[in-house]
Design a protein around this ligand. Structure first.
Ligand SMILES: Cc1cc2nc3c(=O)[nH]c(=O)nc-3n(C[C@H](O)[C@H](O)[C@H](O)COP(=O)(O)OP(=O)(O)OC[C@H]3O[C@@H](n4cnc5c(N)ncnc54)[C@H](O)[C@@H]3O)c2cc1C
Length: 253
């Protein structure tokens, strides 16, 4: 099996448009079998003049399990374009099926969850911060969802920016133990009558009331989002060691 942290060649098998600013990339990488939901990979691009840029991207797909065999050597990442960025616009505008990129991983320890750890499981994501949380939810529904209650509180700018919208809504409709709460901070259309503000204390109180006190919480998004939500969870009396955080970068607000 290839070195888990050495660079490997990944081939883009499929590109899927998720939202106007976000695409998912299914990658095949020889021997890439074992990862835990919440882990990420590093991706490295090399320009013709030898200049290299590397960035981290969370794994969006679920790992293989005895219940879901057959997906060895593949993973999915989901990339939001940052207009003045180096790597994400390349993914958004240039990368196509059959292209190759360099990748290493899986990477990351504390920000991981598997069904064996149980619940109740509280997931709070801002923008593309939903990506590693989606891996956890996909893993949960592939394995043993009957035994783990879970809630996702997901903050997006507008309805069009909600990544994995159909999949999340379908999961929440058919799974009594999964509760989805969306809040949209910049949606102005009459189509939206739900939560329409940044994540705050009353919102978390309501989600926790429905879920029951979370045994484990995972918070992912921009630096500012994660700081705010994690301290609100501590204020709600959750043990700090039960709160796991992953920061993707600056607040884009
Ligand atoms: C562990 C980890 C996992 C990550 N997973 C994902 C993922 O699943 N999907 C995803 O889209 N991104 C993810 N990121 C963020 C990603 O690594 C890059 O930072 C992001 O794609 C921007 O890279 P860039 O080269 O396009 O921009 P850069 O050239 O690095 O930056 C350009 C400008 O954008 C600002 N900027 C950089 N990152 C962000 C950001 N995240 N939000 C707002 N502004 C930013 C910079 O300050 C700078 O002003 C993850 C980051 C980490 C650390």
């Amino acid at each position: 099996m290839p070195d888990a942290i050495g660079w490997q060649i990944a081939t883009v098998e499929q590109v899927r448009i998720e939202t106007p600013r976000v695409k998912s990339f299914k990658l095949t990488v020889e021997g890439f079998n074992r990862f835990r939901p919440g882990q990420h990979v590093d991706v490295r691009l090399t320009a013709p003049d030898g200049y290299q840029a590397q960035r981290s991207y969370s794994i969006a797909s679920a790992p293989i399990t005895p219940q879901t065999p057959g997906m060895t050597g593949s993973l999915e990442i989901t990339v939001e374009v940052i207009e003045d960025g180096e790597v994400s616009p390349y993914f958004h505008d240039v990368v196509q099926e059959a292209d190759q990129v360099e990748l290493r991983g899986p990477i990351g320890g504390p920000f991981t969850w598997s069904v064996k750890q149980g619940g109740p499981l509280l997931l709070v994501g801002g923008g593309s911060g939903v990506v590693p949380l989606m891996s956890m939810l996909r893993h949960r529904s592939a394995c043993d969802r009957d035994s783990v209650s879970a809630a996702l509180l997901y903050s997006s700018r507008t309805l069009d920016d909600v990544i994995y919208k159909d999949e999340l809504e379908q999961a929440s409709a058919k799974d009594d133990l999964f509760d989805l709460s969306l809040t949209l901070t910049r949606e102005r259309s009459a189509e939206w009558s739900g939560l329409a503000r940044r994540v705050d204390a009353p919102m978390l109180d309501e989600v926790i009331k429905q879920l029951g006190e979370p045994a484990l919480s995972y918070v992912c998004g921009s630096n500012g989002f994660v700081e705010t939500v994690a301290s609100l969870l501590v204020d709600r009396g959750l043990p700090p060691e039960s709160i796991h955080t992953e920061r993707f970068g600056p607040s884009g607000s």
